[in-house]
Design a protein around this ligand. Structure first.
Ligand code: ZN
Length: 228
């Protein structure tokens, strides 16, 4: 493998439950390595807009309110990974979601001779996620964000900045968070074992502050990239 790594680029999959701060970490990694951050939601919408054959297929399912089947998603991902901006690598965020999708991705990457560098897991304690999100309150008027424990408003229920009544977003309700965590545990958590089995898993502690999480990811990635 020696010396080939540079030509191969940095190919990453980012894993982590909702509320782990994955999106922020993805953005920072994407900037640092100069690689595009690819999420299936975005590329499906782009394919639909571009009116490609796969885009038309995806649209059929989306219009019917159905899940887009794996083979269509994989096709769209494959198309996207072949674009010139992926020459230095890419970061997949929110894909794969299931083990069958991960297996399909492996086949695609093997065909492209672009093996995965690592699967980064931003790990957090589910109860911490529940507390972090369920105590969040937002201002519907100026979008200020508060936390009942860590950053409470001066006057309960009232925005410090503009005086509007604070609200809890639907996504921040405890039942909604628990449901999303449950779906993640059933569907996506098995991916952690899948990538661990392939010795590709890099686990980082997502309970730290944003900068410390990013530093830990880069440190662990450097070790992998330099080893090659
Ligand atoms: Zn406000």
């Amino acid at each position: 493998m020696g010396g080939r790594r540079e030509a191969e680029g940095v190919q990453l999959v980012l894993l982590g439950p909702p509320g782990a701060g994955k999106g922020t970490q993805a953005e920072m990694l994407s900037q640092f390595y100069g690689i595009p951050q690819i999420s299936t939601g975005n590329i499906l919408r782009a394919a639909v807009q571009a009116g490609s054959e796969l885009g038309r297929q995806a649209q059929k399912y989306m219009n019917a309110g159905q899940l887009v089947p794996d083979e269509v998603i994989i096709g769209v991902v494959q198309e996207r990974l072949g674009k010139p901006d992926c020459a230095a690598g890419f970061l997949l965020d929110g894909f794969p979601r299931t083990v069958p999708q991960a297996e399909a991705l492996d086949r695609v990457l093997a065909e492209m001779e672009r093996p995965l560098t690592a699967a980064v897991e931003v790990a957090v304690d589910p109860e911490e996620v529940v507390e972090r999100l369920s105590l969040r309150r937002t201002c519907p008027q100026c979008a200020a964000v508060y936390h009942l424990k860590n950053k409470p408003p001066r006057q309960p229920g009232v925005c410090d900045a503009c005086g509007a009544a604070l609200v809890q977003r639907e996504d921040d309700r405890e039942e909604v968070i628990r449901k999303r965590l449950e779906v993640y545990a059933q569907q996506t958590a098995p991916l952690v074992d899948y990538y661990a089995g392939k010795k590709l898993l890099l686990k980082v502690d997502g309970g730290q502050e944003i900068g410390a999480v990013q530093a830990e990811i880069r440190r662990k990635l450097e070790a992998v990239v330099n080893k090659a």
